[in-house]
Write a protein that binds this ligand. Structure first.
Ligand code: UD1
Length: 419
């Protein structure tokens, strides 16, 4: 089990390239199952979740090959329709493969994702939408057995909440369904647009991705294509939080600034300034950050729940009181107890966290309980005086490509210790 040893406080400087988006890559890999020839994904990050997705594709019968940041997926020899339980447990978002497997094979079998570090992880929206499209689903001994005896049919689906995963599953199931599918109250995240763009390049007919209503006209078949994964907006926000927490000025390269529109104003509220040129963002940070009055996580284009924890680590050293309201997940404050060990002053009451900024943090051993919470501990460790030892790094490796290497290139002292 690896740990990260951080010698703080750090002052970061220079440029960092933002890798491809984890949350785009996973559904794109699932989408490749729908094609009748090879797909190549460029800018595909090296992350444990992406490796798990490769294992799922290989289990199903795909041939996959990575060369640098390119992953080629040949889905022609797919013959399995199940995802083994150990892979479902490794990555609960493997549920996004469900719509693609049913579309390709007419059946699918996988274990129920159950709860996770962020609290209960229901999939009722995924299942009720798929049922409406003609999928028969039996929930049996923790296992989901799905089949579409008469094929998938286009229908109207109105989500009660704009779930990212459920929107992706319906997109995947609807591309080759008979007739037209209309999703209302669809998720509008950039990753949804990336998936729709990929599918359209493969021959699908999807209109309205990025808006609340998406219309999918079913087509007979999809062919492979080459596609560049969008940059990871959460990784970008994490680097910005790290720079802000350490009073540093850095430049992000290979980002899409428009995707960061929900987060940049909050950095500005804390006194940071940005110069944006094309795919680069240069951030200037004041010596002492100001508090951020209110951070409310919301579906896109609201503030992303995935950036809540890194942002909280930054406000832990800001001047004044910042208030966070977590509206997306029930249990997304596991990092708070660990930030307290570093000397932060944070109180949680249900969905609300009140952060009283302190003058300085001091290094301590801490444990990551989830991906973004782990990133928050790294951000805080960079700002803290002395040594911070972060364990539970496997969570961080799910979503950040060699985080310590990028931070060291920016001048931080972070070492990976392996048992
Ligand atoms: C995706 C992202 C995750 C991000 C989240 C919210 C991926 C791989 N993961 O997760 O990083 O934090 O979006 O932006 O892209 N819900 C239900 N029933 C359902 C589905 C969801 O009640 O059938 C609830 C969830 O419990 C949660 C909320 O809806 O409270 C948001 O979930 P959703 O948008 O589906 O997130 P994911 O797709 O799981």
């Amino acid at each position: 089990m690896s740990k990260l040893l951080i010698q703080g406080p750090s002052r970061l400087k220079g440029e960092v390239r933002v890798h491809g988006a984890k949350n785009s890559t996973l559904p794109l890999m699932a989408a490749s199952l729908l094609c009748d020839s090879t797909c190549v994904l460029h800018n595909c990050p090296v992350l444990s979740d992406v490796q798990t997705s490769e294992k799922i594709l290989q289990h199903l019968g795909c041939h996959t090959e990575r060369s640098g940041a390119d992953v080629a997926i040949d889905p022609r020899s797919v013959e399995q329709s199940d995802i083994p339980e150990y892979l479902m447990r490794e990555m609960r978002s493997s549920i996004v493969f469900l719509g693609a497997i049913i579309s390709r094979m007419g059946r699918a079998e996988l274990s129920f994702p159950g709860g996770c570090e962020l609290g209960p992880r229901p999939i009722d929206l995924h299942l009720s939408a798929l049922r409406k499209m003609g999928v028969e689903i039996q929930e049996d001994h923790g296992c989901l057995k799905c089949s579409a005896p008469e094929g998938l049919k286009g229908v109207n689906i109105a989500f009660s909440f704009p779930s990212v995963g459920a929107t992706e599953n319906v997109l995947l199931a609807a591309c080759c369904a008979q007739g037209t599918t209309v999703i209302t109250n669809a998720a509008r995240e950039p990753e949804i647009c990336d998936l729709a763009e990929f599918l359209n390049q493969c021959g699908a007919n999807i209109l309205g991705a990025g808006e609340s209503t998406i219309v999918i006209e079913g087509v007979k078949n999809l062919h492979g294509c080459e596609h560049e994964v969008i940059p990871d907006r959460i990784t970008a926000a994490t680097f910005l939080a790290a720079a802000a927490a350490t009073g540093s000025s850095i430049t992000l390269t290979h980002v899409l600034p428009a995707h960061l529109a929900p987060v940049l104003p909050l950095f500005e509220e804390s006194g940071c300034r940005f110069e944006i040129r094309g795919k680069e963002i240069r951030m200037h940070t004041p010596d002492r950050l100001s508090r951020i009055k209110n951070v409310r996580t919301m579906p896109y284009p609201g503030f992303p729940t995935d950036a809540q924890a890194p942002m909280m680590a930054m406000t832990a050293v800001a001047n004044g009181t910042s208030i966070f309201v977590e509206n997306i997940f029930e249990s997304r404050y596991k990092h708070v107890g660990e930030l307290l060990r570093l000397g932060a002053n944070i109180k949680v009451e249900g969905r609300v966290a009140v952060v009283e900024g302190v003058g300085h943090l001091s290094g301590a051993p801490v444990e990551a309980a989830d991906l973004r919470g782990g990133a928050a501990l790294v951000v805080a460790g960079l700002a803290a005086q002395g040594e911070t030892l972060v364990s539970g790094v496997r969570h961080i490796d799910r979503g950040y490509e060699c985080l310590e290497k990028s931070l060291c290139a920016l001048g931080a002292q972070v070492t990976r210790l392996s048992d």
